[in-house]
Design a protein around this ligand. Sequence first.
Ligand code: NAD
Ligand code: MG
Length: 397
Amino acid sequence: MFKEETAPHRLTVLGSTGSIGVNTLDVIRHLGGRDRFEIMALTGNGNITLLAEQARATGARMAVTADESQYVALKDALDGTGTVVAAGRSGLIEAATMNAEWVMAAIVGTAGLAPTLAAAARGATIALANKECLVSAGELFVQAVQKGGGRLIPVDSEHSAIFQCLEKDQRPSLERIILTASGGPFRTHSREQMAEVTVQAARTHPNWSMGLKISVGSASMFNKALEMIEAKHLFDVGPEQIEVIVHPQSIIHSMVGYSDGSVIAQLGVPDMRTAIGYALTFPARPQLPVDRLDFARIARLDFEAPDETRFPALRLARTALQRGGVQGAAMNAAEETAFDAFVDERIGFLDMADIAETVMEEMIAFGGATSINDVFEADAEARRRAVDAIARKEKAA
Ligand code: NAD
Ligand code: MG
């Protein structure tokens, strides 16, 4: 059970206005809120009404909007509260630098990398939802956390599951990790059908309620591709030890296989608060108001092999894992750029993977990153190339 003395006291939530951020504040409220924790900083982007509301409710010391044009509005909304207001990239770094012992990294995309690194550098415990940090910066990110003296606790449901199943003394017997994937809304679609899908259809996840980017990423299985690379860096396993299995009910969150044939799984209802709570009170477990599994009602759990022809993102992740270097950063940045174009209805659903593949091929000869600056450069280069690839698609259409 959760004991006050084992949990951190000063907390920061980067990306507090998003799906993970809102769930994180809900967990914090359930575990005692202001009586038990001190909120050092909250950050958002465009949604300053919610950000201001959150800052008032939690008594946050600092509130930051990434969007500089919203600075004055946020400052007005928090007038008289004593909450320090800042904006832009430097504001995000300031928020991450506040002396919270525990930082939830829940910004979406590579926009979260610099602030999360700033928190890691001063030794905070990083609860990592923002998987793009690991996909882009890989070992450099892990090293930054180690150098800072803090630790990394996964929040992604699959990686939290694996973290919960990995027995500390059994590492030498670890054979494989098995990431489960729901298969998303297009699990049974043909490629012809997928070519025609709308943004609205792609964002409708069968089991989880999440932000737009990850919902579309679940439909294309690009999210699983990111998670394969995330798993490699979190658990220090080889590409051949990472398996993906489609499990449409999203009850088993992931599994670990050992050398004696045993497989250990973590199960629960699809509710991110379990993984968030575990990251907050680890190694204890909090008391949370999530639904309990009713096995008689679930009755059955299904599994299917993933189809890399219909979901090429999985193949791209394997390629990135095998090639190493900046291929993860290239894949992620190209897909983020292609995702924006898909949401703007400039390209089709299947074009996203095509663009990521094109950019990865173009950047194959790029050397590995030896500094975070190299990662930012590779990210920017991949975005430029993705913009060109998108323009070619638009011209051809
Ligand atoms: P979301 O879109 O709901 O929220 C994103 C947050 O980041 C918001 O607070 C937003 O204001 C902020 N943000 C957006 N653009 C920004 C920018 N340019 N600079 C600074 N801040 C910015 O996303 P989400 O679904 O909560 O996902 C957040 C992260 O957690 C992602 O990396 C996602 O892959 C991961 N994750 C989410 C879930 C889930 O259930 N939602 C599950 C596992 C992992
Ligand atoms: Mg996940």
